[in-house]
Ligand binder design. Structure first.
Ligand code: ADP
Ligand code: MG
Length: 402
């Protein structure tokens, strides 16, 4: 199933009202009882029922009557809510072709009225990792949609916050434009992921630039943790742009005093460095004996093979914590997402039990459900047209949660 934004054109104010009602209900219900949706949406004359049917038809909701009659959002429904919000904010006005399928995301081109093209990344946390976890832990099935919504939103916020902070510190990253729910809007990077590049004019220079970036990140207390040929873009002039930071670790966010933590960080750092060395040897025949030890101009020591060592990052010039917090990404968010990445989330779910109230931050912080104020939360004027130039031959995608 592709992201058929054409459907957006035909969704009415009432459709979005009900979709938003389901989203609100999901703050404390995995499956939102139909009755509650009806109450929140408060449409006249049983209108909710008709709208639910329509939303179901377009796969924006999933119907579940196993325990009681209710609905939950699908990823597609969540996509539409985010897209609608962005369109209403004037961030973009049309959605184009899909330009990337990441491990845990879908990336589309979007365009503004003036023709500027941006990239929209829709996070799908759990799409791959979830299967592995699920096969082990069957009970997760019942809480999955909750957590994947929440985690995808967190991943988007994290990416947005890091992108902004890194940009402020002069790192070559896309320009972070906006963030809503699980969706990040950023500038479109010219060129291709390094993995698709068969030949470089100056492989040594590119290699040194990339290695210099890993070291500079570490000097800012950051480790990418997924620094590889898939997450580095190269343009025609062989300029490098880093993308994709959901796994990035801020050393200062953790208790960096702890020896074990430092060891783990060191091994992440080494792994990032190793990835780059391996790739450049294999693909571009870069030989490292000739690499000058201090090629990036820093005073970082290297071992005999030219690999920089974590222990020798001397001048950690500070953290990005302040900048991250400015985008609303907190230490707790960082902890939550790290837990997921490290697999601890299973344990958490185990002790979590039902209805602990933890679900409260599953969806974006929004005012408490207040029927009187519902209009101001509603996303819509009337549905403004969204043009689609989807070329239609994208692979079919699973938008359901699990
Ligand atoms: P994931 O987190 O799922 O790995 P990525 O952020 O790495 O997702 O994006 C997947 C692919 O989408 C990239 O390899 C790249 O081809 C494309 N892409 C991502 N962001 C951009 C961007 N800002 N501009 C152009 N292409 C992008
Ligand atoms: Mg990636």
């Amino acid at each position: 199933m592709k992201l058929d934004v054409d459907v957006l054109r035909y969704l009415s104010k009432e459709d979005f009202r009900v979709l938003t009602a389901v989203e609100m209900g999901m703050r404390n219900h995995e499956i939102v009882p139909s009755e509650l949706i009806h109450r929140i949406a408060s449409l006249k004359h049983g209108g909710t029922y008709k709208v639910l049917k329509n939303l179901l038809k377009h796969k924006l909701l999933h119907h579940d009557s196993s325990k009681y009659d209710g609905f939950r959002l699908t990823y597609l429904g969540y996509d539409f809510l985010a897209i609608k919000t962005m369109v209403n904010r004037g961030v973009f006005s049309s959605v184009g072709r899909q330009i990337g399928v990441g491990k845990e995301s879908d990336i589309f081109e979007v365009a503004k009225d003036d023709g500027t093209v941006l990239a929209m990344k829709l996070h799908r946390l759990g799409r791959t990792s979830f299967r592995a976890v699920k096969s082990k832990r069957d009970y997760l099935r019942h809480r999955s949609s909750f957590n994947w919504l929440y985690l995808s939103r967190l991943a988007a916020l994290k990416e947005f916050a890091f992108m902004k902070a890194l940009e402020e510190h002069g790192f070559p990253v896309p320009n972070a434009v906006d963030c809503n729910r699980h969706c990040v809007i950023m500038s479109l990077v010219e060129g291709y992921p390094l993995v698709q590049v068969k030949e470089l004019q100056n492989p040594d220079t590119v290699f040194e630039t990339i290695l210099g970036l890993v070291v500079r990140l570490a000097e800012h207390g950051l480790i990418h943790c997924d620094f590889n040929e898939f997450n580095i873009m190269i343009d025609e002039n062989e300029n490098v742009t880093m993308i994709d930071f959901p796994q990035m670790v801020s050393v200062s966010h953790r208790n960096a005093q702890m020896y074990e933590v430092l060891l783990v960080d060191a091994s992440y750092f080494d792994r990032d460095v190793e990835c780059i060395f391996k790739f450049f040897t294999k693909r571009f025949n870069v030989s490292f004996e000739e690499t000058p030890e201090e090629s990036d101009g820093s005073d970082v020591d290297s071992d005999e093979t030219g690999r920089p060592r974590f222990s020798s990052i001397k001048k950690v010039t500070g953290s990005l914590d302040k900048e991250l917090a400015a985008s609303g990404f907190t230490r707790k968010d960082q902890d939550d997402i790290e837990k997921f990445i490290e697999g601890d989330v299973e344990k958490d779910l185990d002790s979590d039990g039902e209805g602990t109230g933890d679900e409260g931050h599953i969806l974006e912080a929004s005012p408490d459900v207040n029927i009187k104020h519902f209009d101001s939360l509603c996303l819509v004027e009337q549905h403004e047209p969204i043009v689609t130039c989807d070329d239609g031959d994208e692979e079919e995608k699973q938008h359901q949660f699990a």
